[in-house]
Design a protein around this ligand. Structure first.
Ligand code: SF4
Length: 505
């Protein structure tokens, strides 16, 4: 049975060759990933790890006209208070109604854990349907109902027969995976099983009909548009600025661009297959969905890394252009854009040349941004990827070629990051959101690896990244004061040992 036919999606730990514990160089990492030995590496000590449900919720809250039913104890939904607000902001930034997502919880108690929570779930779905009248209800299955074995799929199947909303189940029990990226597959699995992904005749298009004299012309126009339409698959870390920048470039090649799956509605999902090509912006984010659309609907796809820095952007645009036989036009566009951008960044490049940087965060971004910054004269001291899987192989082959002597770690552990910053003494840390506080306490300049309010992609992106770095070097007051007054919770002897001493087979 294919993964797509299963009720519960696979976790990355079983679907892919991956790992979350490694220290060495890029070329050994690629080899270790390929052979599967990365799977056998872990740690003797873990400081913390994330719940994959957070990322599934991040995506679900962006979907228009939806409601969320948390099948969980009350605490699991706490994150929705902030996620709902940030997704409303994202909707506003994209010209959509800035509505927060209504959500309710089955609020499982100890008695429910013993007696089962299926009745409560059924009643909560029905309540959500009547109360909020959403187009889609996401049923989020968490650790507790997965452990006690609630038959959520049966409850959802029955609910579909009498509620007006489409019901989409998201199976994200946090304990099943060590890799939060499993959450992306969870979300896409729910979408591909719970929503219609093909157009409805007479609603979305006019079928050819001998009694309709304009029918053939109408269809020719429709097919022409479809053959020049590209779906770009976004992510929460990809903001409207990034979307606008890639849309601007692809529009310049005569292509129409649509963004999925975040900030889409049920009507938009129904038209997802009406495009000539699916394009990923992150190798580890959407391969599960893109492979499904190819397998089920014959839609080709391109997974070409992130368009960060000149070289990656060139490759990304060219791969898309190749599909439409537009390589000549793409090269002319890239050359002209590069010339403008290189002139614009000259003053910044002069100020950052030779500075050292430690890169931390998602595997595709750290790999892409490291080689992009090396191109511009920064010295990359070390790269820390939160996890690694075979989707990142191409990017880390590139890292191995361009930064062969740079140490690479696979780690999302704050204590290991702190050790590296203390020992390597970088001039700058570029790190995942949520870690800036730890870095500021060490008195080291840092900028975010991504920020949905900024632009990181393509030519505008490289200008913005460099501008932020230069600003950070000048704006020292807050972190200097913080570092003077904060006492770190580590013993001095900890920093005399290897940063990755806990990693073991
Ligand atoms: S109980 Fe499970 S689903 Fe709920 S927050 Fe914790 S890890 Fe996540």
């Amino acid at each position: 049975m294919s993964y797509y036919e299963q009720n519960v999606p696979p976790v990355r730990d079983t679907r892919l060759k991956m790992g979350d514990s490694y220290s060495g160089c890029a070329c050994d990492l690629v080899e270790c990933g390929r052979s599967g030995c990365l799977l056998s590496q872990g740690r003797g000590f873990w400081q913390a790890n994330a719940c994959q449900m957070a990322l599934s919720l991040m995506m679900a809250t962006t979907v228009e006209n939806s409601a969320i039913v948390m099948h969980a104890p009350g605490g699991c939904g706490a994150l929705l208070h902030s996620l709902s607000v940030s997704s409303a902001k994202g909707k506003a930034q994209r010209g959509k109604a800035p509505l927060t997502v209504p959500w309710i919880s089955t609020n499982l108690t100890e008695a429910d854990v013993i007696g089962g929570g299926e009745r409560k779930l059924r009643e909560t779905i029905e309540f959500a349907d009547k109360e909020f009248r959403p187009e889609i209800i996401f049923v989020v299955v968490t650790c507790a109902p997965s452990i006690i074995g609630d038959d959520v799929e049966e409850v959802v199947r029955q609910a579909r027969t009498h509620v007006s909303a489409d019901v989409v189940s998201l199976h994200c029990p946090g304990f099943r995976s060590r890799v939060v990226a499993s959450a992306y597959d969870t979300f896409y699995h729910g979408i591909l099983r719970g929503l219609k992904l093909s157009p409805t005749p007479w609603v979305d298009f006019r079928p050819i009909n001998s009694a309709d004299p304009d029918g053939e012309l109408f269809q020719k126009k429709y097919l022409y548009q479809k053959s020049h339409t590209v779906n770009i698959w976004n992510a929460t870390s990809i903001g409207p600025g990034d979307e606008k920048e890639v849309e601007r470039l692809l529009n310049a090649l005569g292509l129409k661009v649509r963004f999925f799956a975040e900030y889409s509605s049920r009507d938009e999902f129904r038209l997802v297959t009406e495009a000539a090509l699916n394009v990923s912006m992150c190798n580890v984010h959407d391969d599960y969905m893109l492979k499904y659309l190819e397998e089920k609907f014959g839609m080709p796809y391109v997974i070409a890394g992130m368009p960060i820095g000149f070289e990656h952007t060139r490759r990304w645009i060219l791969q898309i252009a190749k599909h439409f036989n537009l390589e000549k036009e793409a090269i002319a566009l890239i050359d002209s854009e590069e010339a403008v951008a290189k002139k614009a960044i000259e003053p910044f490049v002069a100020q950052i040349k030779g500075k050292s940087v430690l890169m931390c965060g998602g595997v595709v971004r750290v790999g892409s941004e490291s080689t992009a910054l090396k191109e511009l004269g920064l010295k990359v001291l070390s790269i820390r990827a939160y996890h690694y899987d075979e989707g990142a192989e191409e990017i880390f082959e590139d890292v191995a070629e361009n930064l062969p002597d740079t140490p690479v770690a696979v780690s999302n552990q704050i204590f290991e990051m702190t050790h590296q910053i203390k020992m390597l003494k970088p001039d700058l840390v570029i790190s995942h959101n949520g870690t800036q506080g730890y870095i500021a306490k060490l008195g080291v300049p840092s900028i975010q690896l991504f920020n949905a309010d900024g632009t990181f992609f393509a030519y505008n992106g490289i200008y913005q990244i460099l501008r932020r770095i230069v600003f950070e070097f000048k704006n020292t007051s807050y972190r200097d004061r913080l570092a003077r007054h904060i006492k770190l919770p580590y013993k001095k002897s900890y920093f005399e040992e290897d940063a990755f001493k806990y990693i073991k087979k």
